[in-house]
Design a protein. Structure first.
Length: 630
């Protein structure tokens, strides 16, 4: 039996009521969820109100305060009235922009680094001061500082190379002479040193257009001191073997005693009151000293004086007519012929091996133009040794002195000499003969003097070497002619950066790259990243701070130092409300509230509609139920 129409309708109404109640419950649940959304939006908004942001405070050129979000770019960008900070990673490397790294790598010096940031070049006031110290404050004829001509910026070692080349062989030769055994050093060695230095002088005076023609004007400068010392003779004369200070007079020489015995009668007769031939008597003594060897067949003998055009002729009677010829004297207990003793003396004087020279006379004033008489009676002669027409004053040998004295005594009247004026000269001649014959050359004293001379050469070489080293060292102290403008406010900023990135000095750097690292360009303006990195120790800060005692880590940096600093202690970095985040959150909150309110209103409308529908269904349901019951 099938379902009746009433039953079917009742089931339909019942189903619709159940659906209505379910939809009403779902809308109620949705309304509850809207409350949760409202709470969430409110909490998010409150969080934004409490949010903080790191800000960087600086000042513009007018002193106006500027505040901006703290980013890597904020830290790296220069400004006039801005403290300088560096971001450092855990490896101790400073984080910099790629442009800074490019500039550092491309710069050989700190000055180059400065120029890369637009700092101007200016004249260096220290440059002329240092150059005057090295090359003197002398000027050229037109008033230009001489160092401008002497110093070649393209070839700073010009003079170092020049003098090394000029002196290489000469200094070696001089050093060899200075290191010889004193017994092996000769007058020629000494003269060669003078010649070497003279050749240097001549070369230097013509070098580079004659710029050093007056090198002595460069005194009191490092270069001048070196050049002047190098081109100056060491200042100590080579010892002269004929200097009396190297002669010991024994007073008991055999030859001196024999000469005194053999010549004394003629010597005495030539003094008043004269006896015998009187004024001619000393010619007998001189005649026996004129190369007498006992062979009378060689007479007459002719001898040339040291004065050109004057000579003497000695007859044998000057020998035989003298008391010396027949005289005998007691010598060491025996009677010895005077002529034999004089022959010994003469042979000794005329033997070149004995090198008998007239004694030096420091009071001698004769010149090449002196009279014949003055030249004859002088211990010196005038000789043109190299044939250049210039005559040099040279000490006479003893034979030459004997010849010249003989001529002067024999021809005294024609020479305008009185015999009385000759007597003191004869007396001196007699004494000098005895001194010369009783003198012994002191070799040890002479070799000691030669050694002292060698030591003076060695000291001179040391001085030259020391002054050369001082000059060469001074070249490394020459500052650049132009430097970055230190008055530029950027100067100190980029000087600090130069040293922090690996600068060692103004002219040196560590180019290994271990002191710096490039910061990702995408992070340059990312404030959130920087704040996170600082808060979590990914990076730390260093500040360039004034330090009058200078930096230990960067000793050439000057009066600034990079000092580690906690970012929260940095006076320029402050934390404040994140106004942008708050504004963003406020908009989001307002939008969320508006959406919730609109959705809530719609749910209320839907609930009201369901409630109306539910009332209608319930009435219909009750009506059906009542019909069925009847």
């Amino acid at each position: 039996m099938g379902m009746s129409a009433g039953q079917a309708r009742l089931l339909s109404v019942t189903a619709r009521l159940t659906d209505n109640e379910l939809r009403s419950q779902m809308l109620t649940n949705s309304k509850l969820r809207l409350a949760d959304k409202s709470t969430e939006a409110s909490n998010k908004y409150m969080d934004a109100l409490n949010s903080q942001q790191l800000m960087y405070t600086s000042y513009d050129g007018s002193g106006n305060k500027l505040t901006e979000a703290l980013t890597a770019n904020t830290i790296l960008t220069f400004a006039d009235l801005k403290n300088q900070y560096a971001m450092v990673n855990t490896a101790g490397q400073v984080l910099v922009a790629g442009s800074d790294i490019k500039n550092f790598k491309a710069s050989d010096t700190m000055a180059d680094f400065m120029y890369a940031y637009g700092i101007e070049k200016v004249d260096n006031p220290k440059y002329p001061e240092v150059m005057k110290d090295i090359y003197s404050d002398a000027t050229t004829a037109d008033g230009t500082p001489i160092y401008e001509d002497l110093y070649d910026e393209e070839n700073p070692n010009y003079w170092v190379d020049y003098f090394n080349t000029l002196t290489s062989n000469g200094l070696t030769e001089i050093q060899a002479i200075a290191n010889k055994n004193p017994e092996d050093v000769t007058v020629e060695d000494a003269n060669s040193i003078g010649t070497i230095i003279s050749n240097w002088q001549n070369s230097v005076r013509t070098e580079n257009g004659g710029i050093l023609a007056n090198y002595s004007d460069l005194d009191k400068s490092k270069f001048g001191n070196y050049v002047i010392e190098l081109l100056s003779n060491p200042g100590v004369n080579f010892p002269d073997e004929d200097d009396p200070k190297f002669t010991d007079v024994s007073g008991s020489s055999e030859l001196a005693a024999k000469f005194d015995l053999a010549s004394k009668q003629c010597y005495n007769n030539c003094h008043p009151p004269y006896s015998g031939s009187g004024q001619e008597c000393y010619l007998h003594v001189l005649a026996y000293l004129l190369d007498y060897n006992g062979d009378l067949s060689q007479y007459p003998k002719t001898f040339n004086t040291t004065v050109s055009g004057y000579s003497i002729s000695v007859e044998s009677r000057k020998i035989t007519g003298a008391a010396i010829y027949t005289q005998q004297e007691m010598y060491e207990g025996q009677r010895v012929a005077a002529k034999d003793m004089m022959q010994e003396v003469s042979e000794y004087l005329w033997d070149p091996a004995n090198g008998c020279m007239a004694p030096k006379d420091d009071t001698d004033t004769t010149t090449y133009t002196s009279s014949v008489a003055e030249k004859l009676l002088s211990n010196y002669k005038w000789v043109d040794t190299d044939g250049d027409g210039n005559y040099e004053k040279t000490l006479k040998t003893w034979p030459e002195r004997v010849i010249d004295t003989y001529y002067a005594v024999q021809n005294r009247d024609s020479l305008g000499l009185s015999y009385e004026s000759l007597l003191p000269i004869l007396d001196e001649f007699q004494v000098d003969m005895e001194t010369a014959l009783s003198s012994v050359f002191n070799e040890n004293r002479y070799w000691s003097a030669v050694e002292d001379w060698q030591n003076s050469i060695k000291n001179w070489l040391k001085n030259v070497t020391a002054l050369q080293a001082e000059y060469e060292k001074s070249l490394s102290t020459i500052p650049p002619k132009q430097i970055p403008d230190e008055t530029d406010s950027k100067y100190q900023w980029y000087k600090n950066l130069w040293y922090r990135m690996g600068g060692i000095s103004e002219k040196e750097k560590d180019d290994s790259g271990r002191h710096y690292k490039e910061l990702d360009p995408n992070l340059l303006n990312n404030a959130e990243w920087l704040e996170f990195a600082l808060e979590h120790g990914v990076i730390t800060l260093e500040q360039a701070q004034f330090n009058k005692d200078g930096s230990v880590t960067y000793p050439n940096m000057g009066t600034y130092d990079w000092t580690s600093i906690i970012y929260t202690n940095a006076a320029d970095i402050v934390s404040q409300e994140d106004e942008a985040a708050i504004a963003r959150a406020e908009v989001e909150y307002e939008n969320a509230v508006r959406d919730i309110q609109n959705e809530d209103k719609k749910i209320d409308q839907d609930l009201k509609k369901l409630d109306t529908e539910h009332s209608a269904l319930q009435t219909e349901y009750d009506s059906i139920k009542s019909v069925k019951a009847a």
